[in-house]
Write a protein that binds this ligand. Structure first.
Ligand code: NAP
Ligand code: MG
Length: 495
């Protein structure tokens, strides 16, 4: 019997009103059902929003340092359960244990950061232009936050959103990806155990078009924080505009690593292996393009192909495995279709390019780590997000051209440059159009206490992480206190 999961609304575990369910399977072994989950709809969302609305009136009055105390406890519980949470995550979405441990750790870091933010949430005091008058701007909670998340960081991404939302005094209606509902449920259990009051956090399982859309279009949801694909992000932006709710969108990427002829090639090799094939390439910050200076092109490619051919593909629970499966059949098909497109466009496969056979991989959605060479910047495999273990290698003759190629995409999330020349490094930092630039480090590796997000069609200008996410989850209230005892007219009585 596979474990049966439920929604959590107003402090109670309940089935979907429809009574329907869906299964979640292990992508490394599709015979294994991780759990059965409620297939919810609009009615379930309506009930959760009602509960969150009522709970908001009390939660907003809890002092922020007290809210922070609860989040610190959440961090402690996550530390205690880190290994179990990581195992559950690997079974549910496939990435290797070292990475799921990192995913949980990012949640822990975010919990402790939020815990201390309760004693900051700084506002501003500003002098008045009039005598005997005091001016300040303070942060206030907004209301009900709708949280919609993808499957590739099943713990980290929900915590990036839910912890600052709660610390700021908002209540939450959370819809996790249908591929990772078990990890999301564990997070909600931990929040409750740490002392979050009833109704403050609600989770509704089910599909994006049903549950996700119902949250986004709900008139009583005040803000939406979404991470996922650019296509869905645009839809959300459109629908949410009908009620003018605040929306934070963290979307796709087509990140590149540029290696200059003055770069440390061994370091750049470690970087691209981790950046391109970590999480089976299924990261918004994954290295999807490798731009090589022509002087080191052949040498570096030789070093890289050997290493990629020896990457160990398999079940992420097994020690020594480096690359897990694609998250599901659809994702595996997408990868195969891009490999076909790359070949049709005239690129050449240096390694990989197929679904691996044998070796205990028969019942998983695996794909061999793949490198395309002879890729032109205009090729679709150089422009579109693939979200799998596929790397497109492009040649350049200068830093300027390399940066131009790097910028030549609709996305602008992460970027990496390997150079030992400080002038090159600073020029790259200045000219690369991306939310994140790494010098001598891969495109992946964000830390929880810094701003995270991208430019162009990677997002709509908000940042998660660090202090910046609190700008999204709070509203500014400007306060003027006149203690002069008379009417003082700004701009009029003083000039
Ligand atoms: P996705 O298909 O856009 O789904 C993301 C979430 O939105 C899921 O919970 C999904 O539900 C839901 N959803 C789908 N259609 C919806 C709709 N019409 N209305 C409301 N919600 C809807 O993305 P994904 O395939 O899960 O994740 C991969 C994408 O996320 C990639 O493009 C990646 O680059 C991006 N990503 C970005 C960041 C970042 O910070 N920039 C981080 C990680 C991932 P279902 O699960 O039911 O489909
Ligand atoms: Mg699954």
């Amino acid at each position: 019997m596979s474990k049966k999961f439920q929604n959590f609304i107003n402090g109670k575990w309940v089935d979907a009103k429809s009574g329907q369910t869906f299964e979640n399977r292990n992508p490394a072994n599709w015979d294994e059902v991780v759990g059965v989950f409620p297939k919810s709809g609009k009615e379930d969302v309506n009930e959760a929003v009602r509960a969150a609305r009522v709970a908001f009136e009390k939660w907003r009055l809890v002092p922020a340092p007290k809210r922070g105390d609860i989040l610190r406890k959440v961090g402690d519980l996550m530390v205690a359960r880190k290994e179990d949470l990581s195992k559950q995550m690997t079974r549910e979405m496939g990435k290797v244990m070292a990475e799921t441990r990192g995913d949980v750790q990012e949640g822990i870091d975010t919990a402790y950061y939020a815990g201390t933010e309760g004693r900051r949430l700084f506002g501003h005091t500003v002098p008045s232009e009039l005598p005997n008058k005091f001016n300040m701007a303070i942060r206030v909670p907004i209301g009900v936050a709708g949280i919609v998340t993808p499957w590739n960081f099943p713990m980290a991404i929900p915590t990036w959103k839910i912890f600052p939302a709660l610390l700021s005094g908002n209540t939450v209606v959370f819809k996790p990806a249908t591929d990772t509902p078990a990890t999301a449920t564990s997070l909600v259990e931990i929040l409750m155990e740490a002392g979050i009051p009833e109704g403050v956090v609600n989770i509704i399982h089910g599909g994006g078009g049903d549950v996700g859309m119902a949250i986004v279009s709900h008139p009583d949801v005040d803000l939406v924080s979404f991470t996922g694909s650019t296509v869905v992000g645009k839809k959300i932006s459109e629908v949410a505009s009908a009620t003018l709710k605040r929306v934070s969108l963290e979307l796709g990427g087509k990140n590149a690593q540029l290696v200059m002829d003055d770069g440390d090639l061994d370091l750049a090799l470690d970087g691209v292996l981790w950046g391109a094939f970590g999480t089976t390439g299924q990261r918004c910050t994954a290295t999807s393009r490798l731009i090589l200076h022509e002087k080191i092109y052949d040498k570096f490619l030789g070093m890289l192909v050997n290493k990629v051919a020896s990457l160990k593909v398999g079940d992420g629970l097994i020690e020594g495995v480096q690359v897990g499966p694609c998250v599901n059949e659809g994702q595996q098909k997408t990868v195969q279709s891009y490999v076909d497109i790359g070949l049709k466009e005239g690129a050449k496969i240096a390694v990989g390019g197929a679904i691996p056979k044998g070796g205990g991989l028969e019942k998983g959605w695996f794909y061999s780590p793949t490198i395309f060479t002879d890729v032109q910047p205009s090729h679709r495999i150089a422009k579109e997000e693939i979200f799998g273990p596929v790397l497109s290698v492009i040649r350049t003759s200068s830093l300027e051209e390399g940066i131009r190629i790097l910028n030549d995409t609709i996305y602008g999330l992460s970027s990496a440059v390997y150079t030992r020349n400080v002038n090159n490094a600073f020029q790259a930092i200045r000219d690369i159009k991306a939310g994140i630039t790494y010098i001598n480090a891969p495109t992946i590796g964000a830390e929880a206490h810094l701003p995270f997000g991208g430019v162009k069609q990677t997002g709509n200008g908000h940042r998660e992480g660090g202090w910046t996410v609190y700008d999204f989850f709070t509203e500014w209230k400007t306060v003027y206190i006149d203690y002069s005892g008379g009417l003082q007219r700004a701009q009029i009585d003083n000039y």
